[in-house]
Design a protein around this ligand. Structure first.
Ligand SMILES: [Zn+2]
Ligand SMILES: [Zn+2]
Ligand SMILES: [Zn+2]
Length: 152
């Protein structure tokens, strides 16, 4: 995802291209690994950019809502990574090595119909991440110990 796309998206959604938003976007796009809000805070401080933690949290949530970043939850640990794909997509994240695959097929519209019928809500967006073990990690896991069949 490039900066132009980011700028255009904010414009399209009538959101301000504020300095913190731009800085956080840049920091995430430079990062190789996913970053927690606190790690982001420290990365920005190192560059002499002080952005409040609350503001970082809010910006990351906004990015997630816009579908330009996604959240990786590991216990109480939450990290964010920028999306590579600009189209609607979902993620599957390896719980062992952290590798992420973005895939573009989405079956949720079928599911949404049922949700609308039973709740009466109008659905505007959805986010869904899958977690599991990637092929490489599965091989390692299977190699040594006998791992019980995984249901995830
Ligand atoms: Zn993504
Ligand atoms: Zn893995
Ligand atoms: Zn979807």
């Amino acid at each position: 995802m490039n900066k132009e796309f980011f700028k255009n998206l904010l414009r399209k959604k009538r959101l301000k291209l504020s300095y913190p938003r731009l800085l956080i976007y840049q920091e995430l796009s430079d990062a190789v690994n996913p970053l927690s809000p606190l790690e982001l805070y420290h990365c920005l401080l190192k560059r002499k950019r002080r952005i409040g933690l609350t503001s970082i949290y809010r910006t990351l949530e906004l990015f997630e809502t816009l579908g330009i970043a996604f959240k990786i939850v590991n216990g109480s640990n939450t990290k964010y990574k920028l999306c590579e794909s600009e189209d609607h997509h979902h993620h599957i994240i390896c719980k062992k090595c952290g590798h992420v695959v973005e895939f573009k097929f989405c079956d949720i519209p079928n599911w949404s119909k049922k949700i609308i019928e039973s709740t009466g809500y109008q659905i505007t967006e959805h986010q869904l991440n899958f977690y599991g073990f990637c092929e490489d990690c599965r091989k390692v896991l299977r190699g040594g110990v006998d791992v019980p069949h995984s249901h995830s």
